[in-house]
Ligand binder design. Structure first.
Ligand code: LLP
Length: 421
């Protein structure tokens, strides 16, 4: 459920007409609904509440501090994968102890920064990372709370670029190697092993891969305990899919039931790292039609958003539904390829979008389900201005990331002395 809907033939984000925002901000822009973010968090966290879970929002999905703070105020912690994301989470007001630091390549300065900040958990993904963290923590006189992220060798049955739990993937520690590494962590005075973490991929639309992975992790927890090791926490990652176009992902209640079934009896504190399921359908990308170009084989609707603003279709062949901001429910439709101005054939935002036959330059379109991995993955390729971001809350809206001007963008470059005039 989300709060983007037509009223009297005009697309609204909560109580604000999308066209009104476009007139004030210009296009393209991402538009997020605070009520939708809130609802998604409450449904997800609510489903897991009886299991006593900590929900750490995966900041990579949408790292605007207004989005993070909206979720943090509801009780969310944060899952971060870089010092930059950690700084954003702290700036948004997430308490340090509710922050989990994931990722295969944390640098030593990043570890030091996170230790000084006092974060709640480092998800360690390799033996050398464990040793480096121990050394840095010892140097700072700190104790690092560590979860070992394991690789359960389970195929998440999602797009191959976002599956992370197969043995050939770079993520996690082989299950068979985890006990020795956990024992090593327990033996190092600057580390405190607190638990096990797992994340097998993103946009999962069935429960079976989760079930398989969680069952393997549960077995690992039992065997660690049998060795006399203490396991207090289990971080089950993120990955729950959303509806883009016709998928039917499990709902949070079914997901929670599967969690209870697989790891419910372990007496551990559960941690989750959802990203997409919280923010994906809480955002749209609003764009204007520049030209309509009919060719012998198809119609191109050329818009002012492009692959640099939303790379998911180009990178993962992702499908995003496109709708006109002016509802033309009864208008004749024609299939169109919605493309951006970037000079690449892959700059397609949607194929086969059923848009009104008489769609014309100046029309506003909304690309749906764009709240996750949209703005966060945007670039300035083709020296296009960074996309703006807007948050709506009831009948108010606020520009939560203004579009910088060309001078600000170009002045990031510097001419070397030998090229100065
Ligand atoms: N935890 C870890 C360790 C992760 O690597 C990820 C996502 C998450 C949590 C959150 O997963 P989610 O709940 O959002 O599925 N750019 C891609 C998705 C990449 C996901 C990377 N890791 C896309 O646009 O589909």
């Amino acid at each position: 459920m989300n709060h983007f809907e037509y009223r009297d033939g005009r697309l609204f984000a909560e109580g604000v007409a999308v066209a009104e925002i476009a007139a004030a901000v210009g296009t393209p822009f991402y538009c997020y609904s605070a009520a939708t973010l809130t609802r998604h968090y409450q449904v997800f966290a609510g489903a897991l509440a009886s299991l006593g879970a900590l929900v750490c929002y995966a900041v990579k999905a949408n790292s605007n501090i207004a989005v993070i703070r909206t979720l943090a105020r509801l009780g969310a912690g944060a899952d971060v994968v870089s010092e930059g994301e950690l700084r954003r989470a702290l700036a948004a007001g997430v308490p340090a102890e509710k922050i989990v630091f994931s990722g295969v390549g944390k640098t030593r300065p990043e570890m030091a920064f996170a230790l000084e900040a006092g974060i709640g958990q480092f998800n360690v993904e390799s033996a050398p990372e464990l040793e480096a963290l121990a050394e840095i923590a010892a140097g700072l006189g700190r104790t690092a709370p560590v979860a070992l992220r394991v690789n359960p060798d389970v195929d998440a049955n999602t797009h191959h670029k976002i599956a992370t739990g197969r043995k050939e993937d770079k993520f996690g520690i082989d299950l068979a190697l985890a006990p020795a590494l956990y024992a090593r962590a327990a033996a190092l005075p600057s580390l405190k092993p607190v638990g096990i973490a797992v994340h097998i991929g993103s946009q999962l639309t069935t429960l079976d891969p989760f079930r398989a992975a969680f069952a393997r992790v549960a077995a690992l927890v039992r065997s660690l305990r049998a060795q006399g090791l203490t396991v207090e926490r289990l971080d089950l990652g993120g990955g729950l899919g959303i509806v883009y176009e016709g998928e039917s992902p499990p709902n949070p209640a079914d997901y929670a039931a599967m969690v209870a079934e697989t790891v419910g009896g372990l007496d551990v504190k559960l941690v989750f790292e959802p990203g997409r399921v919280l923010v994906g359908n809480a955002g749209i990308l609003v764009t204007s039609v520049i030209f309509v170009k009919d060719t012998a084989t198809k119609r191109f609707v050329i818009v002012d958003a492009a692959m640099n603003d939303l790379i998911r279709p180009a990178l993962y062949d992702a499908k995003h539904n496109v709708v006109p901001a002016a509802d033309r429910r009864n208008a004749a439709r024609r299939a169109a390829e919605v493309v951006g101005p970037v000079c690449e054939t892959g700059d397609v935002l949607a194929r086969g979008a059923a848009l009104p036959d008489d769609i014309a330059a100046g029309a506003l379109l909304a690309i749906e389900s764009a709240g996750a991995y949209g703005a966060a993955m945007a670039s300035t390729y083709n020296t296009r201005l960074p996309v703006a971001e807007v948050m709506v809350n009831g009948d108010q809206f606020f520009v939560i990331r203004p579009r910088p001007d060309y001078e600000a963008l170009i002045s990031l470059d510097r001419l070397p002395t030998w090229l100065e005039d």
